[in-house]
Design a protein around this ligand. Structure first.
Ligand SMILES: [Zn+2]
Length: 253
């Protein structure tokens, strides 16, 4: 497999000969106002440009997976760029309706036993924060990829560390794990995705896996920088376990 970090949670995953696009957030730098009630109210989103052209990103995509419909995972630029008959996977019927309302005709709700062209896609749970903020943040999912010729990949999505993430790791024993690690927050309510201590918990649960931290430094409410995470994993001695890609960087496993 090959995993390319595009920007924020947007990934291109080549897996068992298929090209998956995950959480396409494809607007030009600065196209949207900042998320309110959070840091950097003077900076528009996305904070940075795409590292490559939209045409490159969407060329020959076999399926798109949208883990939830927040703007930084599914935006108008993506809706405009993608062919309306492309295969789309979403987390539930509610999201399917919205994606269909945007004109997409081939939308499927991910299940725990979804199969797409030989690739097993297993929907996983996530919690987009802890406590009260969860009601505001709404439902999210992750996905496990399995294929006889490939290592198992777990894309955790917009979730903090909690018991269901541990269960996915124990059940599916992923060799590659992608976490959303920017520790994005509003001014109140705490982490919406993983911070460095969450990532350390993922490492402890899967000490032999490669953990890739994405969703960093791309939208205004981030609180964990790549540099701070790199310092942290160096201190913990786990810098060969936890990878912190720049936008555009890719890995082959
Ligand atoms: Zn997000």
């Amino acid at each position: 497999m090959n995993i390319q970090q595009i920007r924020n949670a947007t990934l291109v995953v080549q897996y068992a000969g298929k090209k998956f696009l995950i959480d396409p957030f494809l607007a030009d730098k600065g196209a949207y106002p900042p998320f309110p009630n959070s840091l950097r109210q003077d900076q528009n989103n996305p904070l940075v440009s795409l590292p490559t052209s939209i045409d490159n990103i969407i060329h020959n995509v076999d399926a798109v997976i949208v883990t939830h419909l927040h703007l930084d995972h599914w935006d108008d630029a993506a809706k405009n760029a993608l062919q309306k008959d492309i295969k789309m996977f979403v987390q539930n019927e509610e999201d399917a309706k919205e994606v269909q309302n945007a004109g997409f005709q081939n939308v499927e709700v991910l299940k725990e036993d979804t199969v797409f062209e030989d690739v097993q896609l297993i929907k996983t749970k996530g919690e987009h924060g802890r406590g009260e903020i969860l009601k505001l943040a709404g439902l999210v999912c992750g996905v496990v990829f399995k294929h006889a010729n490939e290592k198992t990949l777990y894309v955790a999505g917009d979730t903090v560390w909690y018991e269901a993430v541990q269960e996915v790791i124990e059940t599916h024993k992923p060799e590659i794990i992608v976490v959303n690690g920017g520790d994005n927050q509003f001014l109140q309510g705490g982490s919406l995705v993983m911070g460095k201590e969450d990532i350390y918990e993922v490492y402890k649960a899967a000490p032999n896996a490669k953990i890739i931290s994405v969703h960093m430094e791309a939208v205004n409410h981030w609180t964990l920088s790549r540099e701070e995470l790199k310092n942290f994993i160096n201190e913990k001695g786990i810098s060969s376990n936890v990878l912190v890609p720049d936008d555009g960087e890719s890995y082959t496993f």
